[in-house]
Each structure stands twice: as C-alpha cells, then as structure tokens.
Design a protein around this ligand. Sequence first.
Ligand SMILES: Cc1cc2nc3c(=O)[nH]c(=O)nc-3n(C[C@H](O)[C@H](O)[C@H](O)COP(=O)(O)OP(=O)(O)OC[C@H]3O[C@@H](n4cnc5c(N)ncnc54)[C@H](O)[C@@H]3O)c2cc1C
Length: 449
Amino acid sequence: MIFGRRFGSSRAIRRTGISESRMIERHTELVRSIQLIVGDENIIEEPVLHIDGSRPTLIARPGSAREVAECLQVCSQATAAVVPAGRMTWLECGNPIKCVDVVISLERMRRIVQFSPPDLTATVEAGVTLNDFSAVSMRERQWLPFDPPGFGSASLGAIAACNSSGALRLGFGTPRDYVIGLKLAHADGTESKCGGQVVKNVAGYDMNKLYVGSYGTLAIITELTFKLRPLAERISTMMVSSRSRRQLFDLARRVLASELQPASVVFARRLSVSLTTDWPEEALLIRFINSEGAVEHQVDWVTRTLDETSFATVLTPGDADAVWAQVADFDQQEDIRVRLSVPLSAIPSEFEKTVLTHLECVATADIGAGIIRMAFDGDARSAVDQIKRLRASAAAADGSLVIERAPVEVRREVDAWGDAGSTAGLMRAIKARFDPKGLLNPGKFVSGT
Ligand SMILES: Cc1cc2nc3c(=O)[nH]c(=O)nc-3n(C[C@H](O)[C@H](O)[C@H](O)COP(=O)(O)OP(=O)(O)OC[C@H]3O[C@@H](n4cnc5c(N)ncnc54)[C@H](O)[C@@H]3O)c2cc1C
C-alpha cells in the first residue's frame, strides 16, 4: 500500500519511507493512468466500500480483458493491492485481506462471446451473471447446473474463482467440472489462455483446475468457456418428514446406496420458507432431474420405501424453487456461517453434534456430498470458541471446517480455512510464482496466501 489518502499517515510514511507528498503524487499518477485506460466515467474515487476493514481508494470498471490487464500492469508498477470483483456480493470471504488499494470490477464485462448449442459449449465474459446466462441458454434447453449461495446475482467469473457450489453438487459436480477454458489477466499485466472451446482438449497440466477455486489470488479471470448440460425432461423434489430424525438419515442412506440417481439429497433444519404446503421443522429433500420415466420410477421407489413414521410430498415446481433457493441462502438472519466437510458415514453423527451445540442454529446436511452447513449468531468471542470446537470435532472425524461468512473480527482470530498442514509451503510457492509482489487479494487464501 503506497499511495492515497491513507498513505499520507505517519504509520505508512514510517513503513515505506516515502514522503506524504510523494505518496499523493503516486496516487494521482495511478488514478490518471487507470482513467486513461477505462475512461473517466468508469472509475469511482474514494468509494464508500469497506472490505475486511480496509477501504480501497479506487474502483476501476474496465470494459475488456485487455483493459483489465492494463489496469493490473499499472497497479503492479505502483505496488498497489488489487481486489478482483464481479457483482461484489461476497468480497468478504476467506481470510481478511491485508490491504486493498484498487478494486477491479468486471461488472461491465457482460457479453456472451459465443454460444454453440450443437457443441453444448459457451464462452462468456467473467461479469456475466448466472441468471443472465441461464435466460439465454434455457431457450436452447441447456443449462449450467450451478446453485451456490447468492446464485441469482452472482457473476460467473466469481462462481468459478470461488468454485462455489450448492445442493446440485451431488448430481452434477462443481463449477470446476464445467470450466473447459479460461482467459486470464495476471498480476504483472500479462494475459494468457488455458484450455479451449472444445470439451476434449486437455494435454499436459489442466491449468483451469488451478485457477478455479483460487479466490482471485493468482490471476483475474476475464473470460470463461463452459461445457453445458442438456435440460432434463422433468425435475421433481420430494419433501419427506418424520417424527424421527434418524429415520430420515436412514432413508437418505438407502437412497444413496440404491441404483437411484438423485441430483440432491439434503437434510434441512429450521429453514424459514413459506410454501403452499406445511413446512416441518426438519425435512429430507430429495431431488430427481431426469427423463419422465426415470423420475417417476425413482419417486415411486422412495414412496414405497418409507416407513410408517415418515410422510412424503412431491412439491409443486413453485414450492420446490422456493425451498432450493432457501437451501442455498438459508443464512439471511445469522452473522456466521460455516461449512463442515466430513466422510459420508460421519454425516449423521456430526450433524447431531452440530445441532446439539447450537439448538437455535439453522443447518443443512448435503448427505451425498458430505457437507454440513450451519448458521448461527453470537458475539465474536463465543463465535471463535464455537468455530474452534466445531473444527476440532470435524477433524476428529477426518473432516475439516471452512468459515463461509463471519465478521472480520472473527476471521482475524480464527483462520477461515484451517491449518493447511504440509501443503502450506506448496500454496505459498504457487502464490509467489503467480503473484510475486503479493498484490491480488493479499492474505485471503489458505495459509494467508
Ligand atoms: C450472502 C452470500 C453468501 C455466500 N456464501 C457462500 C458460501 O458459503 N460458499 C461459497 O462458495 N460461496 C458463497 N457465496 C458466493 C457465491 O456463491 C458466488 O461465488 C458469489 O455470489 C459471487 O458473486 P459476485 O459476482 O458478487 O462475487 P464477488 O463478491 O464480486 O467476488 C467474490 C470473490 O471472487 C473473487 N472474484 C470475483 N470475480 C473474479 C474474477 N473474475 N477473477 C478472479 N477472482 C474473482 C473476488 O475477489 C472475491 O474474492 C456467497 C454469496 C453471497 C451473496
């Protein structure tokens, strides 16, 4: 951090050894250079934006991959810390960033570059939202099967950068499985491409896999090519309730061990959703996405398998949409949300423990993917203690815990990702190779990379 209003502070001057007037001069130079790249109307100086307690001095809104790279080159020359952004709905994820000078927002980059229904592929600029893309692809009965938290307004660049997934993960995998090509702008202002526009094109290392899920700490994704899925004939969601939670977990286990192919098997607790039918305190949701006949057969199988304590309803399409939207974004009221990943066999016991520690928590268990998500409130001190306890419990079951959302004071106390163990050195080496000055989302990722 070397320029701008904040950098005139005595602390910054002591740290950098640069005089206040020189810092302001550098800041002015940087703003002018970025202005020349993106145009006056596409910068916001001194925005009202706080990211993990830091304030950027500038938001730049480039209109093309070339402009993104040019902005990065200027930032690199000025040693200015950069936060890449899509729709800016989830900038405070991961560990708190150490500092931010410039936010590079891709919100203007919303072009669908190419959509080829016969090949089931599409190339989009990174600022295209999932909603906007779906509106186009659905006309050809094709889709990207993503439903991560906040998916309505999320940009595809950010979904890929965070490899964000939701309840469709069991049936369809994660965004990492769908990215077949990327265009990137690197920290030093160079550009590169990896993968391509056809489904089978990987020889050697598949670099897409490295960038997807790196949380914008290695490069800015400017363009993505996805493979798409054909839309199935039918989608049915069954809501199963029972007096016994154990019966519901047992039913889930039998469904997963059978020849059925559910797209989602999720246990939900205390979701707040209003439906045309009664919504119980706890329910098992089973979603099938397939041909008419296959869905009918599977719904029938589940109905026949129910014991006398359980009751199943096939939700109307409207109710099903409302329920799955709530499964994705169940933590509207709570401050803290964590994700535990545990072996499938440990899901029922871990869920019991999780619920017992937080009687008031809202929680979901993606039983087929081994993921428990829970949201709760609490002051920073007790939240830190709870997270540490839950993490220790997950570790004892050979699992892990990631903080998905928490106030910055909590994430300063407890690492969002947990101890990376022996891979920490590798993570740091990769960061040092891709971003030697440590300018992209500094400190956000695993092991403070
Ligand atoms: C309330 C809420 C809760 C969420 N919870 C979760 C969760 O628990 N788990 C989860 O996986 N996802 C979560 N998400 C994220 C979500 O699933 C999408 O990843 C998100 O909505 C991104 O949309 P965005 O365009 O606003 O991203 P932004 O908020 O703009 O960016 C999100 C992150 O991606 C980086 N980024 C954005 N664009 C790029 C790019 N082009 N290249 C490189 N890096 C980039 C940013 O630096 C930032 O770190 C949540 C979102 C919301 C709104």
